[in-house]
Ligand binder design. Structure first.
Ligand code: ATP
Length: 367
C-alpha cells in the first residue's frame, strides 16, 4: 500500500508547505471502525480528492477534518496547529475551514447575498458588505444577488454554496460530493470551473466523491479509499495507468483482465498474444498473472491478429466504446475513433498495444 505518510513535523522543506496533515487517524461509529490508521498531507494551494465506493469512509475523514467527528487515534493539524487528537477537538468554527455540502444546504428564506453574508457575522458591517460583493463578483453572481435559492439553477446554487464557504477566507475548503446533484454535462463544466477558480485564488481544498470524473477534474492528487484506508495516493494519470492493486485498477476507468504467464523478465504470454513491457516486470518467469487491458489499448486494425465480434456499442461523440468478444470467448472493451463505425454482430480485427503493462498476481485460475 502506498500510504501517504505526513512528513515529520517541523520539516524544513520549502517546496512542500503542508497546510493539512492527517496523521494515522482512526474513527469509529460506536464499535464499528469507519477509518483505520489513515494519513495524508495537503500542501498550501493544493487540491486533493478522496475517491472511493459508498461506505469506504470518505465522508467520515472529511467530517473529522472539519471537526464534526472525533478521532480515536492519531492527530489532525491545520496550519501546524493540532485541531484533533484522541479526546481533544478544536470546534469546527475555530478551525478556519469552509464546507460545501452535497445538497448545497442554502437557507431557502435568504437571498443569494444574505446566504453569502451568513458566514460573516464576525465581520464589521462594512467588511461584510465588501466581502459579499467581492465573492458574488468572482462567482459571476452579482446580478442574482437578490434572488432566492429556488429562483436559481443547480449550477448557480452550487456557486452560491461555494461563495458562502469562501467568503470568510477559510484556510481550507472542504467539499462533500459538491457536484452530485447536477446533471452530467453541468457537473463536468462546474468541476472545471471550480478547479480553475480554486487554482487562480490559490485555495487549498479537499473534496470527497465517488465519481472519478469529478475527482480527476479537481484533484492534483487523488486518494483512492477502500474499507477506511487509502490504498493509493497518486496523480490521476498514475491511478489510471499505474494502479497499484487490483481494486484500484478495477475502480478507476474501464478495462478487463487477461490471464497470462511470464515468459521472460519483461514479456507476458496471453491468449491474445505476447505483451512486452519496456522494463523488467519484477516477477519470476513462469508466474501466473493478470494483465490489465484498457479500452484504449485495443486498437482497430484491419490487419490485426485478433478477430472479434461486436456485442455492444456506446456512441460517445468522437469515439465509440465497443464490447467485443473474441472467438476464444474473451470479452474486450475497445475505444475506437467514431469513423470506425460497426454494428452489433459485425466482425472486427484488432491488435493490443499496451504502453504501460500493468500486471498483478492472478487471484484465481478462473480470473
Ligand atoms: P458515501 O459515499 O455513501 O457517502 P462514504 O465513503 O462517505 O460513503 P462514510 O459515510 O464515511 O462513507 O461511512 C463509513 C462507514 O461508517 C460506513 O460503513 C457507514 O455505514 C458507517 N457510518 C456512517 N455514518 C454512520 C453513523 N452515523 N452511524 C453508524 N455508522 C455510520
Amino acid at each position: 500500500m502506498d500510504s501517504p505518510q505526513a512528513p515529520p513535523r517541523g520539516s524544513s522543506s520549502v517546496a512542500a508547505r503542508p497546510l493539512l496533515q492527517v496523521q494515522n487517524i482512526s474513527c469509529n461509529y460506536e464499535l464499528e471502525r469507519a477509518v483505520f490508521d489513515l494519513s495524508l498531507t495537503v500542501n498550501r494551494g493544493e487540491q486533493v480528492c478522496l475517491l472511493g465506493p459508498s461506505g469506504c469512509g470518505k465522508t467520515t475523514v472529511l467530517r473529522a477534518i472539519a471537526g464534526f467527528h472525533p478521532v480515536l487515534t492519531g492527530g489532525i493539524f491545520i496550519n501546524d496547529q493540532q485541531v484533533s487528537a484522541a479526546g481533544a477537538m478544536v470546534p469546527p468554527e475555530a478551525r478556519r475551514v469552509g464546507m460545501v455540502f452535497q445538497d448545497h444546504a442554502l437557507f431557502p428564506h435568504l437571498s443569494v447575498q444574505q446566504n453569502v453574508a451568513s458566514g460573516l457575522r464576525q465581520f464589521s458591517a462594512r467588511d461584510r458588505k465588501e466581502a459579499v460583493a467581492d465573492m458574488l463578483e468572482r462567482m459571476g453572481l452579482t446580478r442574482h444577488a437578490k434572488r432566492y435559492p429556488h429562483e436559481l439553477s443547480g449550477g448557480q446554487q452550487q456557486r452560491v454554496a461555494l461563495a458562502r464557504a469562501l467568503a470568510p477566507r477559510p484556510l481550507l475548503l472542504l467539499m462533500d460530493e459538491p457536484f452530485s446533484n447536477l446533471d452530467q454535462e453541468l457537473r463536468e463544466r462546474m468541476g472545471q470551473e471550480v478547479s480553475d477558480m480554486l487554482k487562480e485564488s490559490d485555495i487549498t481544498c479537499v473534496m470527497v466523491t465517488h465519481d472519478q470524473n469529478d475527482a480527476f477534474a479537481l484533484g492534483d492528487k487523488v486518494g483512492v479509499m477502500e474499507d477506511g484506508a487509502i490504498v493509493q495516493w497518486d496523480t490521476p494519470y498514475n491511478l489510471y495507468h499505474r494502479p497499484q492493486n487490483h481494486f484500484v485498477a478495477d475502480f478507476i476507468g474501464n478495462g478487463i483482465f487477461l490471464t497470462g504467464e511470464l515468459c521472460s523478465a519483461n514479456r507476458v504470454t496471453t491468449p491474445l498474444g505476447n505483451l512486452d513491457s519496456g522494463t523488467a516486470l519484477g516477477w519470476v518467469v513462469g508466474s501466473q498473472v493478470e494483465v490489465l487491458i484498457r479500452p484504449d489499448d485495443v486498437i482497430y486494425d484491419p490487419q490485426g491478429p485478433v478477430k472479434a465480434q461486436v456485442m455492444r456499442r456506446a456512441f460517445k461523440g468522437a469515439e465509440i466504446m465497443y464490447t467485443l468478444r473474441t472467438s476464444s470467448q474473451i470479452t474486450l472493451l475497445a475505444l475506437f475513433p467514431s469513423h470506425a463505425n460497426f454494428e452489433i454482430g459485425d466482425e472486427v480485427s484488432v491488435r493490443l498495444e499496451v504502453d504501460h503493462l500493468v500486471v498483478f498476481a492472478r487471484e484465481s485460475e478462473s480470473a
